[in-house]
Design a protein around this ligand. Structure first.
Ligand SMILES: [Fe+2]
Ligand SMILES: [Fe+2]
Length: 346
């Protein structure tokens, strides 16, 4: 078996995450078509309408996960081709409605498996990755539930196409039962978290992830691992700091106060200087871990201030809508920075 260096593993998972987005785009496009194809059947049309809303929301979650993951990569060409073919199939005049929904169900199935695969890969590569991709749980759960609904839809239209008659009563109740049972059987890979994430949630996720990376460095003596983990800390902390400085600090300054806000900027400058000096060191050097520990202390002090007084100030001064808007802006700022970094490495 080929052994990959760990950055290559991280890149491979990043590419798989991009694949998810490509397929998600097709799912959304198909569901829009189904809504008009089933305009005369409100039962089925409403199901596609709900599915479409879930899938649009899940596209946002995929964006969050990719930014949180901290490494961006392009989707595979083969996945893009497969997506194109799936879209052509849903436009084809030769396929029956049943065939089209069957294709859609297959695509959902692939999406579920890719989501689960990413979880399994994360368990092998690093705890920080598991932490970053947690929101993928909600996407997996819903895709799994959608699969059950699509099977129900297939039964209804399949019976209609074959016999011209309606399927037996009670089918939709069975679909509901199957969906309810999912939460029980699917376990931790598929669980549901609903609420929109606000800025505090997003920042806290980043903080937890970086803390986990520090612990991973602490727990190994392998210079290659240490370099991999520090590389991720370097990328994550830079993206996180820049997004805070572009979006969060200017927004909180008026109510959090000039002095406290300035302190946060100053601490981040200190972090950047230290990070760059560690980056220039050899991970095998005897002082390396001491320097990483120093960085950890500075970061964790800073994190405590943000999560206590800054979060309280945000809660007291921003509406829930504003807190969610800040989260979106923060994600965009991080994502732009990550794309720049990915481009500069080419
Ligand atoms: Fe910060
Ligand atoms: Fe922070």
């Amino acid at each position: 078996m080929a052994t990959m260096i760990d950055d290559a593993k991280r890149l491979a998972i990043a590419s798989k995450l991009s694949d998810l987005k490509v397929v998600q785009d097709v799912l959304i496009a198909n569901e829009q078509k189904f809504i008009s194809l089933f305009s005369g059947d409100s039962e089925i049309r409403d199901r596609f309408q709900d599915m479409l809303e879930d899938d649009r929301k899940n596209m946002g979650i995929l964006d969050t996960v990719i930014v949180q993951y901290g490494v961006q990569a392009k989707p595979k060409e083969s996945v893009k081709k497969m997506a194109q073919m799936a879209q052509q199939a849903s436009d084809s005049s030769e396929l029956s409605l049943y065939d089209k929904v069957a294709q859609h169900e297959l695509l959902k199935h692939q999406q579920v498996m890719s989501g689960i695969l990413i979880h399994k890969a994360a368990q092998v590569v690093g705890a920080d990755i598991e932490a970053a991709i947690t929101p993928l749980n909600a996407v997996n759960f819903e895709n799994r539930a959608h699969q059950e609904q699509l099977k129900g839809v297939m039964e209804v239209i399949g019976v209609r196409e074959l016999t011209g008659k309606e399927a037996q009563q009670g089918l939709w109740a069975r679909v509901q039962d199957a969906m309810a049972a999912l939460t029980g059987v699917a376990g931790s890979v598929v669980s549901r978290t609903d609420d929109e994430m606000n800025i505090q949630d997003i920042i806290r996720m980043d903080h937890n992830k970086v803390n986990m990376l520090f612990m991973q460095i602490e727990g190994t003596e392998d210079p290659q691992k240490i370099q991999e983990y520090f590389g991720q800390i370097y990328r994550d902390l830079n993206a996180h700091s820049i997004a805070e400085e572009q979006v969060v600090y200017p927004a909180v300054r008026p109510f959090y106060g000039e002095h406290d806000t300035q302190e946060l900027y100053d601490e981040q400058s200190e972090m950047k200087v230290l990070m760059d000096s560690i980056k220039a060191m050899s991970p095998a050097s005897p002082d390396y871990k001491n320097q990483v520990r120093r960085l950890k202390d500075i970061v964790m002090d800073h994190v405590r201030q943000e999560e206590s007084t800054m979060f309280a100030a945000i809660r007291n001064n921003c509406s829930s809508d504003q807190q969610e808007q800040l989260a979106t802006q923060f994600k965009t700022a991080k994502s732009n920075f990550q794309k720049q970094m990915a481009d500069s490495m080419k």
